[in-house]
Design a protein around this ligand. Structure first.
Ligand code: CTP
Length: 295
């Protein structure tokens, strides 16, 4: 009988609030350390106790994490720290081989390392944190876009307009903040499926801004994918989004939005900078156009 190697099961936990491509890239790297990726989504209560209230609920964060193509299993309401008891649960009930986290320090309110026990047990592995994006940074972008709207509307909100400008970022004319993230072709390749549609596949097209990728986007992409065999997603350029929604949008620039969409398990391919109108030459005989503005 052929010997079958036991699959390596890795665990990564996190808050995954306002899920972004930094989280997706962490899970992509974690998955590469084994065969099956189990993700623990930290409970609202535990986030409140350790970091302050999350923006998204447990349910939304769970839906977003489950929608990522590298995630095999999810554990809802995970604890913030790897306690002795939870580690035992991971090893015996979930058959976890390694516990993985980014290379940024993850400290508990008392200053101790949340992964100390896993490290001591020799079951800890580390991945490289993705620079240039964080949930805090995204909240900053939302607040600054609100301030821009208020100023533009002439109905200034003192509390928002008094906030100092972030000097680490410049605003582009269309309102998109220049993030520190440098989109490389390698990152796009890492997030891509690398496969085109099969010869007679029914290709479904959906377009939108997909700004601040959220649970509703996962839902609509799942539904769109079910209409055919291959899902092609058109992502509008920053200029197009600004023109349609206002100069303070999009909050995430085209490359950031493209990575978030590509990380979704229901997506096969993206057009980065799709036109607002579906043009004749975009529609070949195999393409079913299901034009729904998703966002
Ligand atoms: N992570 C990462 N790159 C980022 C942000 C997060 O690799 N830019 C990783 C973290 O190291 C962790 C996982 O994603 O292993 C989940 O992170 P999370 O618990 O949500 O919190 P933070 O590290 O605080 O991320 P953020 O500041 O974006 O909330």
């Amino acid at each position: 009988k052929k010997y079958e190697k036991k699959p390596i099961r890795v665990y990564m936990d996190g808050c995954f609030d306002l899920m972004h491509y930094g989280h997706a890239n962490a899970l992509r790297q974690a998955k590469a350390l084994g065969d099956i990726l189990v993700v623990g989504v930290v409970s609202d209560e535990e986030i409140i106790a350790n970091k302050g209230p999350p923006v998204l609920s447990m349910e939304e964060r769970l839906l977003l994490v489950s929608g990522l193509k590298w995630v095999d299993e999810v554990i809802a309401n995970a604890p913030y720290a790897i306690t002795e008891e939870f580690m035992g649960n991971l090893f015996s009930n979930h058959k976890i081989d390694y516990i993985v986290h980014g290379d940024d320090p993850c400290l508990l309110p008392d200053g101790t390392d949340a992964y100390a026990l896993a490290k001591k047990a020799g079951r800890y592995k580390q991945i490289k944190r993705t620079e240039g994006v964080s949930s805090t940074d995204i909240v900053g972008r939302i607040l600054s876009s609100m301030r821009d709207t208020k100023v533009g509307d002439g109905c200034n909100s003192p509390s928002l307009s008094e906030q100092p400008h972030d000097t680490t970022k410049e605003s582009q004319p269309n309102g998109t903040q220049i993030s520190h993230f440098l989109p490389t072709s390698q990152r796009i390749v890492q997030f891509s499926n690398g496969k085109g549609p099969a010869p007679n596949a029914c290709v479904v097209y959906i377009d939108g801004a997909f700004d601040l990728f959220h649970a509703g986007h996962v839902e609509i992409l799942k539904n769109a994918r079910q209409l055919g065999d291959f899902l092609l997603v058109g992502i509008h350029s920053d200029q197009t989004v600004s023109k349609q929604r206002g100069t303070q949008f999009p909050l995430m620039h085209l490359h950031e939005r493209s990575l978030s969409v590509l990380a979704c398990r229901y997506v096969d391919e993206v057009i980065m900078g799709a036109p607002w109108e579906v043009t004749k030459d975009m529609v070949c005989k195999h393409v079913i156009v299901s034009e729904m503005d998703s966002a």
